[in-house]
Design a binder for this molecule. Structure first.
Ligand code: WT7
Length: 651
């Protein structure tokens, strides 16, 4: 009863239409004719306008499926584009980042000149440690301006980086440092989070102990609390990075490696997504320019993501800086010290563009609109959403309570793999619909295919695919060519399989329906079921584990684990906590199951495969499908009743 009335409600909200405000449309960076532009012409022009080259490219792209190259022959440096380009053009005094620390009153404004100086100093310091073109560097930091400084210092030297999200465990950090064979790790003593400190250096020490390639660790002093320093290996940032003399930006080939970013796949081992230099920068900068309608001398832009995710790479660091934007960067959580922290920040800096995730919007929704109402948000002119499908209720709340009903909302679909936004409204052109990411970005070819590989027309649904290469696309998985081909290119020949379900409506607008593989999406973060299962099975008392996601009103999905203990042992509340913490230790707190159901047996097919779909159904408490292939049908009822029991305990 309740479900069906909710469905009608959602359906009605989806039916709403929001044409671009005429004043916005008149001045928008993207005008209607942008959709008429030819693929080659569009990317060639963008390549020249958005990015400055030491040597111009001679060929737009080369496509040998499944590998593409872009802007061939071009030489450039990403840090030069993000810093020197603006300083040399006389824009050195413009603020690049307004940074707000979590502790009260902790604020800094860094101009483009300031940022260039800091990057130069760190680049010289890294050089003194032997870092040069091609030296892999790990970065494990919180949301401090030094995180972008570290990324840019690497880019300046041509040293590829991998940023590891500060919430990841020592094991996760070590795995990535080891896989990329990082020689240097840049970290900080501690980070501030919700009024307490996160021991980044301590975790880094543990990880470096297991990462023999790491020879030097550079440590930023952030909280100033005592942390152990290993003589000869560890260096304080402020002691090492003092040389302000010019550090020339290394001319890089368009296809040189810029960074790796690890993301969850459908196995326990994260995938190292490969991003190169020229195409990535053009893709990040052009999408940022058109989709966020950036007026660099007027706007104050805030992407509230973490630099540890791809959103932070493309839309806190590389895209905005290449475009000369003034950004806000915030260190802490939205509810510290109070639930109006974000809105206070928007008022303080006069933020005009806000880009965040549906899960954050739903948290604010839950806390109530009164927190936003305490502040003047009238500077806002554009809102963005990313990370998961945005439910129409959250979309409309965002529009009304944050955007004051005057700001267009861009719901942007993309992935770590795509490097840049792929499906999105253009704010001066598109009539938006709550819950739809609407149209492919110009120069991007998106389609929906059915199981057989035929294109699905308006009104249909199926698998989301990308048919043409795009500048910021991944150049494969690091050291895993087979896995790359298998994961993205094996279902349909020469077509990229995104792993998302989608439908197209009668207007040709895309609606994203979530993952179709064993990847969960918790608070906009990608987590693999198998990764969590491996972490659980790693515990000495666990015999078997299976993981599924269920709907959660705030985080989108929540992780439910089904666990069988060794020797037929019974579960307990204490064991549940112990296992949850074990997952946090193995992967990071984001992967902690919301719930663990202890069960004497897991449902399996006759061939012994765990029936994940069934578990998903149990987790969702939905009616079950056909269970005749179950080896032991009683497990189903058992599972279902235990899950209901656990849930009521939690509620
Ligand atoms: C997956 C990619 C892209 C940066 C953040 C996540 C989901 C992302 C949307 C959106 C519906 C979305 C997809 C995608 N996703 N944006 N606007 N609407 N779903 O990056 O960790 O690489 O995850 O996030 O499922 O495949 P990621």
């Amino acid at each position: 009863m309740e479900t069906s009335s909710q469905e009608i409600n959602t359906y009605q909200l989806e039916e709403r239409r929001y044409p671009p405000p005429p004043e916005f449309a008149a001045r928008a960076n993207a005008q209607r004719d942008i959709y008429d532009r030819d693929f080659d012409e569009f990317w060639e022009t963008e390549g020249r306008e958005r990015v400055a080259w030491f040597e111009p490219f001679t060929k737009l792209y080369e496509w040998e499926p499944p590998y593409a190259k872009w802007y061939l022959g071009g030489k450039l440096n990403v840090a030069w584009n993000c810093l020197d380009k603006h300083v040399e053009a006389g824009r050195g005094d413009q603020v690049a980042y307004y940074w707000e620390g979590e502790p009260d009153g902790d604020r800094r404004a860094l101009t483009y000149s300031d940022l260039l100086r800091e990057v130069t100093k760190l680049a010289n310091a890294l050089k003194s440690l032997g870092v040069g073109k091609g030296t892999p560097v790990g970065i494990y930091m919180g949301m401090v301006p030094e995180a972008p400084v570290a990324m840019l210092a690497c880019a300046r030297l041509g040293a590829p980086h991998t940023v590891i999200f500060g919430g990841f465990s020592a094991d996760s950090l070590a795995g990535r440092l080891h896989d990329m064979e990082c020689e240097v790790l840049i970290t900080q003593d501690e980070a501030w989070r919700r009024g307490t400190t996160v021991p980044l250096k301590r975790v880094a020490d543990e990880a470096v102990g297991e990462s023999p390639t790491v020879q030097n660790v550079v440590v930023l002093q952030r909280t100033g609390n005592d942390v152990p320093m290993t003589e000869g290996r560890d260096h304080w940032w402020h002691e090492l990075a003092t040389d302000e003399s010019e550090c020339p930006a290394e001319p890089m080939d368009s296809e040189d490696l810029l960074y790796l970013l690890y993301t969850s796949g459908t196995t326990a081992k994260p995938k190292g997504i490969v991003h190169t230099t020229g195409g990535y920068l053009v893709g990040a900068a052009s999408t940022h320019y058109y989709i966020f309608d950036l007026k660099r001398d007027e706007d104050v832009y805030w992407c509230a993501a973490d630099v540890g995710w791809v959103t932070g790479h493309s839309y806190i660091v590389y895209g905005p800086l290449c475009n000369g934007a003034t950004s806000v960067m915030y260190e802490g959580t939205p509810d510290y010290p109070d639930k109006d922290r974000w809105w206070e920040i928007i008022e303080r800096y006069g933020v005009t563009i806000l880009y965040t995730a549906p899960t954050a919007i739903r948290s604010h929704m839950k806390w109530g609109p009164e927190h936003a109402q305490k502040h003047d948000l009238s500077t806002l002119r554009l809102l963005g959403s990313v990370g998961e499908p945005i439910n129409p209720e959250a979309w409309i709340w965002y529009h009304e309570h944050i955007g004051g009903e005057r700001c267009p909302i861009v719901d942007t679909w993309w992935q770590t793999e795509t490097g840049m936004i792929m499906i999105t409204p253009l704010p001066g052109i598109t009539t938006t619909k709550p819950g739809s990411a609407t149209k492919p970005f110009p120069g991007v070819d998106v389609a929906v295919f059915n199981e057989e590989g035929a294109e699905v027309g308006p009104g249909g649904g199926g698998y989301l695919v990308l048919r043409k290469p795009w500048p910021a696309m991944l150049r494969g998985l690091y050291k895993e060519d087979e896995r790359y081909r298998e994961t993205y290119w094996s279902k349909y020949p020469n077509v990229y399989l995104a792993g998302d379900g989608a439908r197209i409506d009668e207007d040709g607008d895309f609606w994203l329906l979530g993952r179709v593989d064993d990847v969960m999406n918790v608070s906009g973060h990608r987590i693999s079921t198998i990764e969590v299962e491996s972490a659980l099975v790693d515990h000495k008392e666990v015999a078997e584990a299976a993981v599924a996601a269920r709907f959660d009103a705030t985080t989108g999905q929540a992780i439910v684990a089904f666990v069988t203990l060794k020797g037929g042992a019974e579960g307990s509340v204490e064991k549940l906590e112990e296992l949850r913490n074990h997952v946090a230790i193995k992967i990071g707190a984001i992967a902690k199951p919301a719930n663990i159901v202890f069960t004497p047996e897991l449902p399996k097919t006759r061939s012994g495969k765990i029936m994940r779909r069934l578990l998903r159904d149990v987790a969702e408490n939905r009616p079950l499908g056909d269970t005749t292939t179950l080896a032991d049908p009683t497990v189903v009822d058992e599972l279902r009743s235990r899950e209901a029991e656990e849930q009521s305990k939690e509620d």
